[in-house]
Design a protein around this ligand. Sequence first.
Ligand code: EPZ
Length: 419
Amino acid sequence: MQKFIVEGGAALEGEVTISGAKNAVLPLQAATLLADTPMSIRNVPRLKDVQTLAAVIEGMGVAVRFDEHNNIHTDTRTIHTFTAPYELVRTMRASILVLGPMLARFGEAEVSLPGGCAIGDRPVNLHIAGLEAMGADIRVEEGYIRARAKRLKGARIVMEMVSVTGTENLLMAATLAEGRTVIENAAREPEVTDLARCLIAMGARIEGAGTDRLVVEGVESLKGVDYTVLPDRIETGTFLAAGAITGGRVRTLRAAPDTLDAVLQKFTEAGAAISSGEDWIELDMRGRTLRAVDIRTDPYPAFPTDMQAQFMAMNACSQGIGVVVETIFENRMMHVAELKRLGANIRLEGNTAIVAGMPYLKGAPVMATDLRASACLILAGLAAEGKTTVDRIYHTDRGYECIEHKLAGLGARIERVNA
Ligand code: EPZ
């Protein structure tokens, strides 16, 4: 098991290049299953989750090649099985994204139920209900979703709640269904819009990308394209938070400012000076006081749940009291107990945390429980006095490409050790 050792106290300073978005490349990998001809995806981050999904798709007989720049090249003409096995899906629940494309193109799919994870039960009932509305025959048995459909039929689907991968699965399925599909209460996350943009380039007929109403006219087939993934807005927010919490100045390059409005507003409210251009964002906290802010997570374009833990760390060593409300996942407050080990003053009432900022945190051994909690603890360690060791950093590697190298490039004292 590896750990990060973080020596706190340095104000971060400099520029960092943002990688492609994890939560965009995963649905795009699934979308390659829809293409009759070879396809390429560029600006792919070097992440465990991307490798896992590639293994799931390769296991079906699809040719999957990573070139020297980590671009992915696929060719589905050799596909021979339509199963996503438990041993892979349980390690990366977004593998559920292959269900819709496989059903739409090949008329059959067998995908292991993803199971829950640390932050919640993570059911997939909305994915299944939407595909059934499109005429799929779906049985859930022995831990697997077994789906069949001669040809999916367009339907009007009203999503009971906003689901990012639920929207993505149904959007992909609808592209090859017969007739029109309308998805109401669709997720509007930039990653959903990036997927829609790619599908349209492949020949899909989609209206309403970026809104909560998607209208899809099914087509007979889709062709492979060469598509570049949009920047990772959560990685961007995490590095800006590193600048904020250490009182430094960080400029993120190859970023997408228009995907982070709610987060940039909160950085400004917290006392940071924010500037941005076409593809960069800069946060300057030098000589400024970090103020506690209230956070309430909600679907895009509101404040993203994937930035909640990072702002909790900021609140922990700010001036004032910040109330953090998590509305998306039922168990996404596990970083609170770990922050308290660093001296944070937090009272937890269900999914609401009342955070009273402390003048300083003190380094201690802590344990990552999930991807964004691990980022939160690294941020807190950068601000704390002394040494913080963050254990179980395999969580971090799922969603951040070479985070210790990128942070060290900003002047952070952080190293990865084998525990
Ligand atoms: C996506 O997860 C992201 N993952 C998550 O990022 C992100 O936190 C989440 O969206 C919310 O923005 C990927 O895109 C790969 P949901 P997803 O379906 O699609 C409930 C990270 O840190 N729900 O939008 O799985 C669900 O339990 C990860 O990068 C159902 O009840 O999330 C949750 O409470 C973590 N039934 C809520 O909806 C369903 O069928 C939103 O979940 C589907 C979802």
